[in-house]
Design a protein around this ligand. Structure first.
Ligand code: URA
Length: 211
């Protein structure tokens, strides 16, 4: 319970945060999901959407449900293997991309979560999360996804990978070789085998009815 206790302290601060304008419009701070004591991987998304704002839990709307399907297919347990967080903890109005001010005001919570978790790997889910840690202006998820790189957070280096955001996959249904959904399957299989061990059956053998 050591990590959970430290994270609870950060969460209590975050829940009272009014450091940017999003504090005035949120219904709930969306702090995290998953078991911090068992998770080896921190997965970072962009920001809460409407369902997340209503429930206080990240990735529970349409995109989250699709993410769940991919995770399940890859044999990655959302509850035990991942600690899921967002770059920004409060919902931006109309689901717009968070501003630089909103991201910088939230950075202290994000880096504290990573510090406390000390994960074996960080997964950046989509461009907003990736760009918070790699500030090459023109970096594209489609060019860097699926490749391991090192990222430094508060002076500590972590293994990291970027993957597509599930919202992008909701708009791209193809399961052809090389399609975004196929690449997502490949990337999660690589994460599973490199970080969690390859105990489950080959995900490519299974037929999944994706939404
Ligand atoms: N998209 C995100 O990036 N995070 C969520 O929590 C939900 C949707």
């Amino acid at each position: 319970m050591i990590k959970k206790g430290c994270l609870d302290i950060v969460q209590a601060k975050c829940e009272n945060c009014m450091d940017c304008a999003l504090g005035a419009t949120r219904h709930n701070v969306v702090f995290s999901d998953g078991n911090p004591e068992t998770a080896k991987i921190v997965l970072i998304g962009e920001a809460p959407g409407e369902t997340e704002d209503e429930t206080g839990t990240p990735f529970v709307g349409r995109a989250g449900k699709l993410l769940n399907q991919f995770l399940e297919e890859a044999g990655i347990s959302r509850q035990d293997d991942l600690y899921i967080i967002n770059t920004v903890k409060c919902r931006p109005p109309e689901n717009r991309v968070p501003t630089d001010v909103e991201k910088s005001m939230c950075e202290k919570y994000l880096t504290a979560q990573i510090d406390i978790m000390n994960p074996q790997a960080i997964i950046f889910c989509g461009a907003t999360a990736l760009k918070s840690f790699r500030n090459e202006k023109k970096i594209q998820i489609s060019k860097v996804r699926g490749q391991w790189f090192d990222v430094e957070v508060n002076g500590k280096s972590y293994r990291a990978m970027a993957i597509f955001h599930p919202s992008y996959l909701l708009r791209n249904h193809s399961m052809e070789d090389g399609s975004p959904r196929r690449l997502m399957q490949q990337d999660l299989a690589e994460i599973k085998s490199s970080i969690l061990g390859n105990s489950s059956s080959n995900p490519f053998d299974k037929e999944m009815a994706f939404v």
